[in-house]
Design a protein around this ligand. Structure first.
Ligand SMILES: [Zn+2]
Length: 276
């Protein structure tokens, strides 16, 4: 179990908290008025104002207003929620946007802890670092930080005015006939704009230009950071990579297929386009 001492630089994070009501910090504020424990059961969450078992490993998440938030690693085979824990997609409909982000952070940090118990280089059991979010190896000093996998997601458009069209695609894994923006992970050695262009070319054979960043979104399934872009069609005909894309088409605003729910940044990219 990792119990972390109280933070004395309250003023610094309180100023940041003024701009956002959740601040991811290393330690709780000395002025915390309460605690919230996000119990991570498998990859599902159950939130309670006390920790179900103080012997379980906890990760401090940050301050939500003046509430100290913790992630609790519920050991495999145990369930303090008696089946009431819900996956993050379900939790999205039951929580505020901030509460959902805090729960997502809990899942990511708990999963990071579960998968970094041993050094990746020499297999020695790791220790939690004292003053930063890391596991360290006492033998070879390798440090392991929380894993984030950046992924780009892009809405490609062509044409103008009422005739403008967006390129939407259905993934081969999707059980429902939903169409969304094209997405993929950033490769080592490329920048974000290059990742956008490469992914779209690989998945549907389209060349794009004028790649513009729009917004980002933590995506804890299990540890992505989604980076949303717009891009303009340049040239090429749609040729789907059958290993990833079942179908892709150009759609006008007045003839859209089923699009993703509000939880995803894909939906925001599409909604922004619809409103433009
Ligand atoms: Zn090591």
């Amino acid at each position: 179990m990792h119990l972390i001492g109280l933070c004395d630089n309250y003023r610094q994070w309180a100023m940041a908290a003024h701009e956002s009501d959740f601040v991811p910090t290393m330690q709780p504020s000395i002025d915390a008025s309460g605690h919230r424990y996000v119990h991570v059961v498998g990859s599902s969450v159950w939130v309670h104002d006390s920790c179900a078992d103080t012997q379980w490993t906890t990760h401090f998440l940050g301050m939500h207003g003046d509430t100290a938030c913790w992630g609790v690693d519920v050991p495999h085979g145990q369930d303090p929620a008696d089946g009431a824990a819900v996956d993050l997609r379900t939790f999205f409909g039951r929580a505020t946007e901030t509460e959902w982000a805090v729960a997502g952070r809990a899942v990511q940090l708990v999963e990071w802890g579960r998968t970094h118990k041993f050094c990746g280089r020499c297999a020695t059991p790791t220790l939690i670092a004292d003053n930063e979010r890391a596991y360290t190896c006492p033998t070879c000093r390798l440090m392991s930080f929380p894993r984030l996998a950046p992924a780009v997601i892009t809405l490609v458009t062509r044409g103008h005015g009422d005739d403008e069209e967006a390129l939407l695609a259905r993934g081969v894994q999707w059980q429902i006939p939903m169409y969304s923006c094209l997405a993929g992970f950033v490769e080592p050695g490329e920048n974000l704009e290059q990742a956008v262009a490469r992914e779209i070319l690989e998945e549907v054979g389209i060349w794009v230009a004028d790649v513009q960043y729009v917004a980002s979104q933590p995506w804890p399934f299990p540890h992505s950071l989604m980076l949303g872009f717009r891009a303009r069609y340049d040239h090429g005909d749609i040729v789907c990579d059958a290993t990833e894309i079942m179908d892709a088409n150009w759609y006008r605003r007045d003839a859209l297929p089923m699009i993703p729910p509000g939880i995803s940044i894909a939906r925001r990219l599409i909604d922004d386009w619809l409103a433009s």
